[in-house]
Structures are given as structure tokens and as C-alpha cells.
Design a protein around this ligand. Structure first.
Ligand code: GLU
Length: 306
């Protein structure tokens, strides 16, 4: 039996879009008899108290997870060991480029937009020593390919660019693309459900998994929640968290109903939603969130008074 997961970054409370993705990840995992794991992606962007808050928000929706919570900051040694293994295979090199260096090199003719241009890939020892005096090195993967294909339950076969991406940042922190692959692989996760803003990262991650001999997961990159202007939903868009909505008198189960309704699913219980869940019938468009409408729909009197 494989596993699915939800992997929030503890940067603050989960908003409606995050909660909707969490429900989708649960539905995908449970409808395929997988276990469902929770991983806290706390290598950076950590806000004090946010992990506890997110756990309580997920619990308030009735989402249950299997096994202990996995925390990335407790796994630093593992990531470094994996980098050592790659290094022993000559698949790692030091990179001294700043963002500016990369942007400048990337604007040269024939460069692939968004791809690392390979500036530090073949430095001589002398060049490397000189650069090391100026700046600490990041470590990059010496990729042997330029693109890779993944299977996505909502997007079909998706082929995307793979460059020499960062494995260890120059401040010594393992990069997201490395940690995610190592964690998914070592936790037996073979189904990755997350927002479709990460679709373009999937080929890099799947390629790294294959290099490490880890199972390449099946992906489902789900549409994001957007605000009325078409931008990714954010805290500043109004009452978009369980805490905000509870101040308006709306409880977590009512919010869950709104989320399930937005997915075209029965709203009474998670069990009913699970029984009706059919990935081929999910809305393919982003979910546009108008918090004032949600409040008005659930609390018509409150919006009169307010
Ligand atoms: N931690 C990432 C986020 O909250 C998700 C990473 C993933 O699911 O692979 O956006």
C-alpha cells in the first residue's frame, strides 16, 4: 500500500486554498486506499506557533493522518547524506553565482528561460578557489538531461525542463527540491497531490527521485484558489482562514462544506464526499474566492448588520 501526503509550510495559518488542497490530497489518498501522511516543510519560512495552528485547522476539518508528523528540520542529516551519495557519483558541483549573475547569464541568446545557465558547471580548481574567496558555494545537481516527463492525473503526461538545480543553498540549508524528493521517497509516498503552481517543479523532482532509485510518484496538481483579481489567494484578501471566518460566526464544518461544494462534492460529511469523489470530474479551473460572498451566504444577517 502506498501513501499520499499533505505538506504545508508553517508560515502562518492555512487559508481556504490550502485547506481545499489538503482535502483534495486526503480524497485522492483515501479513494485509492493509500495511507495519508502529514509533513511539515519547515526548512524555511517558519512562523512561531504556525505548525500547531495548522495541525488544529486540519483537525477541525476532520482530516486524519496516519503515522507521526514528519518535520523536515529534524531530517537535516539525512539530506546531507543523500547529497554526499550524489557527490560520490560526481553528480554535484559547487556554484558561486548570485541571483544577479544567473539573471545576466540567462539573458544571453540560446539560454533557456528559468534554467541555470551552467556557469559553474566546469570550473577549474583554480577558478573555483578564487570564487570561493568571494562567496560561499551552493551545491547543484549535475543533471544529465534537459527535460523529463511525469504522469499527472489531471494534466496527463507533462514534460518539463530539468536544469542543474540547487540541492544545498549557500546558507547551508537543503533546498526544497531535494528535501521533498528524499522525504517522499523515504516515507513510501507514491502519490503527490498539491497546487498546480508546483507542476513545473515535478520533472526536476521526478528526475532526482529516479537518480536516487526512489519511486517516482504519480502526481495530481490541483487548481489553486485565486482572489477576484486572479491572483493567488492570500491573507490580505479578507476572511480567508478558519480563524477569520470564525470571527464572523462561521464554524469549521461550514467552511468545509463551502470547500466541498467548490469541488462539486456532497457537503454533509467527508465520508459522503469520499464516496462521490471522481478525479475526472473535478473542476479544472482555479477556484475564485470572494470572502464577503461566503460570509453573506452563510450568515446573511451578519452582513446586514455589518
Ligand atoms: N510546502 C509546499 C507548500 O506549502 C508544498 C510542497 C509540496 O507539496 O511538494 O506550498
Amino acid at each position: 500500500m502506498g501513501a499520499g501526503r499533505y505538506a504545508p509550510s508553517p508560515s502562518g495559518p492555512l487559508h481556504l486554498g490550502n485547506l481545499r488542497t489538503a482535502i483534495l490530497a486526503w480524497l485522492f489518498a483515501r479513494s485509492t486506499s493509500r495511507s495519508f501522511l502529514l509533513r511539515i516543510e519547515d526548512l524555511d519560512r517558519v512562523r512561531a506557533g504556525a505548525e500547531e495552528l495548522q495541525l488544529s485547522e486540519l483537525a477541525a476539518l476532520g482530516l486524519e493522518f496516519d503515522g507521526p508528523v514528519i518535520r523536515q528540520h529534524e531530517r537535516l542529516d539525512t539530506y546531507l547524506q543523500i547529497i554526499d551519495q550524489l557527490r560520490a557519483r560526481d553528480l554535484v558541483y559547487e556554484c558561486f553565482c548570485s541571483r544577479k549573475d544567473i539573471a545576466q547569464a540567462g539573458s544571453a541568446p540560446h539560454s533557456v528561460p528559468g534554467a541555470y545557465p551552467g556557469t559553474c558547471r566546469s570550473l577549474t580548481t583554480q577558478q573555483r578557489d578564487r570564487k570561493a574567496e568571494q562567496r560561499p558555494a551552493a551545491l547543484r545537481l549535475r543533471s544529465e538531461i534537459h527535460s523529463f516527463s511525469v504522469t499527472d492525473l489531471l494534466h496527463g503526461t507533462y514534460t518539463g525542463m530539468v536544469d542543474d538545480f540547487v540541492l544545498l543553498r549557500n546558507d547551508g540549508a537543503p533546498a526544497y527540491n531535494l528535501a521533498v524528493v528524499v522525504d517522499d521517497g523515504q516515507s513510501g509516498i507514491d502519490q503527490v497531490v498539491r497546487g498546480d503552481d508546483l507542476l513545473s517543479s515535478a520533472p526536476r523532482q521526478a528526475y532526482l527521485a529516479s537518480l536516487l532509485g526512489l519511486t517516482v510518484p504519480t502526481y495530481a496538481h490541483v487548481p489553486l484558489a485565486l482572489n477576484a483579481d486572479g491572483h493567488r489567494l492570500a491573507k490580505r484578501d479578507g476572511a480567508v482562514t478558519l480563524e477569520d471566518l470564525s470571527e464572523d460566526g462561521i464554524n469549521a464544518l461550514q467552511v468545509r462544506s463551502i470547500l466541498l461544494e467548490s469541488l462539486g462534492l456532497p457537503t454533509d460529511s467527508l465520508g459522503a464526499a469520499l464516496a462521490a469523489f471522481d478525479p475526472t470530474r473535478l473542476p479544472g479551473e482555479p477556484w475564485i474566492v470572494r470572502p464577503e460572498k461566503i460570509v453573506h451566504q452563510l450568515m446573511p444577517d451578519a452582513s446586514h448588520n455589518g
